[in-house]
Design a protein around this ligand. Sequence first.
Ligand code: SF4
Length: 742
Amino acid sequence: MERTAFRTCPFCEATCGLEVTVRGDDVVKVRGDADDVFSRGFLCPKGVALKDLHDDPDRLRTPLVRGADGELRPAGWEEAFGVIAERLAPLVEAHGRDAVAVYVGNPAAHGLAALLYGRVLIKALGTRSVFSASTVDQRPKEISSGLMFGAPLSVPIPDVDRTRHLLMLGANPLASNGSLLTAPDMRGRLKALRARGGKLVVVDPRRSRTAEAADEHHPIRPGTDAHLLFALVHVLFAEELTAPGRLTALADGIETVEELAQPFTPEAVAPVCGIDADTIRRMARELAAAESAAVYGRIGTTTQEFGTLASWLIDVLNVLTGNLDRPGGAMFTRAAAGQRNSSGAPGQGRGVTVARRHSRVRGLPESFGELPVAALAEEIETSGEGQIRALVTLAGNPARSTPNSARIERAIEGLDLYVAIDIYVNETTRHADVILPAPSPLQRSHYDLALYQLAVRNVANFSPPVLPPDPDVPDEWVTLLRLAGVAAGQGMLEDVEPLDRMVAGELLRRETGDPHSPLHGRDIDELLAEVEPRRGPERLLDLMLRAGPYDLTLADLEAAPHGVDLGPLEPRLPEALRTAGGKIELAPAPIVADVARLRAALRRPVNGGLVLVGRRQLRSNNSWMHNLELLVSGPSRCTLHVHPDDAARLGLEDGVPARVENRAGALEAPVEVTDAIMPGVVSLPHGWGHDAPGSRLGVAEAHAGVNANLLADEALVDALSGNAVLNGIPVAVAPVPAAVPA
Ligand code: SF4
């Protein structure tokens, strides 16, 4: 007997609706949900692979514990928690709570349980040694948004569906399906933009899929987006093209920006970024003249030396052209859940403060309670007070995903205790002392709490589990609460309900005490009774929806399996602001102070050396989907893109391996000669390198590829955020010397 279930895809930020056909406990077919209010049937090959992930024999279904022989072996849950309890307490006792680090990987942002209960675990551990994938790729945007608008996720979203002009830098949504921009079917949305007479301009060192679909593509020297953006700002002021309109009264610091932009003339910037001065002027004029326009930047603009400045300048342009917070411009999403006002008063908040403390060894800045992951290896390796001696990873693979991953891996090997919550024995978790598996996504409920805050349209969609639970694998929130119990010294909880009720109670204390919350003044016990018998993330989500702006409950979402459309984005200023002054801070002090570094780089000689950039691939999502045959079959895609001129100059041949090296490491990768990459730049996709002994990824091992993060130098970071430089890494490339016959 077949049945159909509807479920949001958990694999990327696009949140596509899936129609899953199930026979018994088996998934027969996955296809796009034609009635999904947001994705309208769109899906990419990764969505189909949800079935393959569920069926993957390498997916863990039982805890693993390292035995006396050094091998990971299956264990019961009590034994696994027992090992953690036995080893964690004395370690904390001897070295303090900061000696236990947590690394939260990217998939955790797509999981309701991991998002809500990961933070409970961190609180129970009481550690300040918190790291996440956010400092691999997006922290600069969170910092610039926090400083300008008051909260890290106050990220202006390009109103792709209504804009007439989209200037996109360092983003390739036709491969990534959107990032810090939740918008299924970007190909369709960008096609529609052009069909209604709008213009798409892409700035990227590569002629990416998105660049190919654009009206204009401007190759740019990696790491110089902030220079280009400042030159656009310069032209707007110089030619009196600024038109902030009603934003003038809402923004502080416009004059400071004008002053800061003065040295960044198109003529000064052109030799740095490789785009000529006339083109820069034309880009600025067209941006200013467009009926509506949005500037949007993604990974190429954040994972570079001036990531925070580039992220800031993108929104400076949106303000100066009057396009922030208006239809067709860059707007703030109004999410159904999880977007509460920290201070209570609409339009004002506490703002954000960055760099309240610094990492012990190198002094990298803290932000939002986390330290940059570029500091993790040295914090483990460097002895002394505060040294990290234990690690908990939540759905992460830092040995492939973070800068100088070879060093990270060596450091992890030297830990006293490593506990992983993961579905695979991957290149990182193979070093764990204990691995606690989570259920398959099809066995969990789903709601994109974080991603709906970044959506191009206001939507909400809840998915109950498609398949019954595996009796041997508790839901992830139960595992996280049990681990939190161990970390808090409460022992191995048999019943997590008292702790879970405490978590729900804490949420409600905040809401009922907030005069601007719909739940203000309500009785906490009564509210908890209203959401009975829900538990775990579903209870929290139900309460958050009730505290949200749309008067929704979880039952409303359960009754709408294709999602609830809450309408197009609407102007939200000044209500959406959370800055202390209740204004858009156009010239926040930490950013203004960092401009000197950018000015100095104007005079830096362009030395003509090669630099490495990454590239996103449609069938891949970081490191964790390479064990699915459906997504990795066919010719290897882990190739080094080299421009024909560079290939000729360096003696590189298509299909023949080249050696790529720098201070951080070296690797060999097959060359793909292509004019899609600009001269002076080479490109490797990230997340590969699955040939590590001891990992249990049978399919991935057969399609190993090479690990681009071997070359990412953890010493190179964006100063304001500590985010690693992953684009524009200096490298030397040469043919692999022929083997000498024995
Ligand atoms: S675009 Fe993203 S959300 Fe949509 S099917 Fe593909 S992986 Fe899933």
